[in-house]
Design a protein around this ligand. Structure first.
Ligand code: DC
Length: 239
């Protein structure tokens, strides 16, 4: 598809897809890129996390696909980009309620990984993601953005890092939030989530042939950011 047109609509900006396993640096780099280009950053993992958290609150089982889909269809999910202390923060609203403080626990991470493997949940969530993106000008991070949600994305990145490095990062992040966790638990959790994410039947995490693969192990964020910017190349930033 031509870069200036998508589904018959005039496109207002690029769709930049960032896929990869948990804790590979997708959200850090996604937010930085979005700020750089004045784009909207869409954290699709937060959408699965919000559904998982809501389902937990409502005692809906992780494998009750129909109830999860109904819950999703009856709800209004919105992602807001907010500038705070010079950084981009993502707020996730569920029927107007701010769920941001609740969705980053290890329990929600695991539940999100499980429910996201249910085909009808994913199909419903992907419909919503495509609507949210509208005419582009987005940096979207997830597992299936370049392979399934937007196979015609203008730029596709696949961010990777060793599971040990990713576990160290996640462990540090959780500790900084004051959570009681052990490194080995975090490592086991990430291995389980990697397995769920790469082996599910619909839209598993894969590297597409046209994705630019970046291994973030032992690399500085700023170096990765500048190589992503070089790959994206020059175009008119959104005003
Ligand atoms: O990126 P994250 O860790 O916040 O994502 C939480 C879970 O949601 C992850 O284990 C897999 C799932 N997910 C997905 O299946 N597809 C996406 N596009 C984004 C996340």
């Amino acid at each position: 598809m031509c870069c200036s047109e998508r589904k018959g609509k005039l496109k207002k900006g690029l769709i930049i897809a960032i896929d990869g396993p948990s804790a590979a640096g997708k959200s850090t780099l996604g937010k930085l890129l979005a700020r750089e280009y004045n784009y909207t950053y869409i954290d699709t993992g937060a959408m699965y996390r919000a559904l998982a958290w809501k389902a937990m609150q409502l005692h809906i089982s992780e494998d009750d696909e129909n109830s999860l889909v109904n819950l999703l269809r009856q709800s209004d999910i919105a992602l807001k980009n907010v500038q705070k202390d010079g950084e981009l923060e993502i707020i996730i609203l569920w029927n107007g309620e701010d769920l941001t403080p609740f969705i980053r626990t290890p329990e929600v991470s695991m539940a999100a990984s499980k429910i996201s493997a249910l085909p009808q949940v994913r199909i419903t969530m992907v419909e919503l993601q495509r609507i949210i993106v509208g005419q582009g000008a987005v940096v979207m991070d997830g597992r299936d953005i370049g392979s399934f949600v937007f196979p015609n994305a203008d730029k596709k990145f696949f961010l990777d890092a060793s599971v040990e490095e990713r576990s160290r990062r996640r462990f540090k992040e959780l500790k900084e939030k004051g959570m009681q966790v052990e490194y080995n638990e975090v490592l086991d959790d990430l291995k389980k989530r990697d397995k769920n994410d790469t082996t599910r039947s619909l839209a598993p995490l894969i590297k597409t042939d046209d994705a630019i693969v970046i291994d973030s192990t032992n690399k500085e964020i700023n170096d990765i950011l500048s190589s992503m910017k070089t790959e994206i190349g020059g175009f008119n930033k959104k005003k």
